[in-house]
Design a protein around this ligand. Structure first.
Ligand SMILES: N[C@@H](CCC(=O)N[C@@H](CS)C(=O)NCC(=O)O)C(=O)O
Length: 217
């Protein structure tokens, strides 16, 4: 069978999700580190976003669709378990993160540090101060999600967990995010434990690319 090609720069949280999914399932893949809106990406995503993926005749965009495809086609541990309730819980947490939490923690909070809009390159304090209460609120929601079992869905490491770990990795590198993680002990223990997984350690991102290569929205 042909090799999976994951397309997208490795600094992207969503690209890392797909790489982690491949690692968890033992899928042999190649990484084509194309930035958003580059020709290889635009060919597969109508809005030029990463990741996109090729596998034989199959070409896909959108991380959830790619992860679901890989989970169904390849052997290895199920990232979306067969049990309908657990599968729905995975879907629920992926949706909560991708529609709301990613906007707060990555696109607003993190980007105010790494891609500040002012010309001086300094963190955008106005945005950071404005979003900090929402960062705390959403970190507490994640804390509640992992409190019972140490996983977001069921009793195993699923796509729901893979989907949030790359975000926590970045958020904890900045003061408000670090404080918030420390204040949410279930989430802190969760991050500590799962960051020891080979899938996480083998996909460490390099430093952020220049802003013009990432074109954040
Ligand atoms: N819903 C998409 C979101 C992907 C996404 O936002 N990727 C970012 C990089 S982390 C991107 O390509 N940003 C460029 C843009 O939005 O123009 C998915 O799940 O794959």
């Amino acid at each position: 069978m042909s090799k999976v090609e994951v397309i997208g720069i490795p600094q992207s949280t969503y690209v890392r999700v797909i790489r982690m999914a491949c690692e968890e399932k033992g899928i042999d893949y190649t990484l084509n580190p194309a930035p958003p809106h580059s020709p290889d990406v635009d060919a597969l995503h109508p809005f030029g976003k990463i990741p996109v993926m090729r596998h034989g005749n199959v070409a896909l965009c959108e991380s959830k669709a790619i992860a679901t495809y890989l989970d169904r086609v390849f052997e290895g541990p199920k990232l979306i378990p067969d049990d309908p309730v657990t599968a729905a819980m995975v879907e629920q947490w992926v949706s909560l993160v991708n529609t709301v939490i990613d906007q707060t923690l990555v696109r607003t909070y993190l980007f105010a540090y790494i891609f500040p809009k002012g010309g001086d390159g300094k963190p955008d304090r106005t945005t950071i101060d404005a979003v900090a209460p929402t960062v705390r609120q959403q970190m507490a929601i994640l804390d509640g999600g992992v409190a019972r079992t140490g996983y977001l869905a069921g009793n195993t490491y699923t796509l729901a967990d893979i989907n949030v770990m790359p975000i926590l990795f970045y958020v904890r590198q900045f003061p408000e995010g670090a404080e918030s993680l420390a204040a949410n002990q279930n989430l802190a223990a969760y991050f500590e434990r799962h960051s020891a997984r080979p899938s996480f350690r083998n996909t460490m991102p390099p430093p952020p690319p220049p802003r013009e290569q990432s074109k954040p929205n």
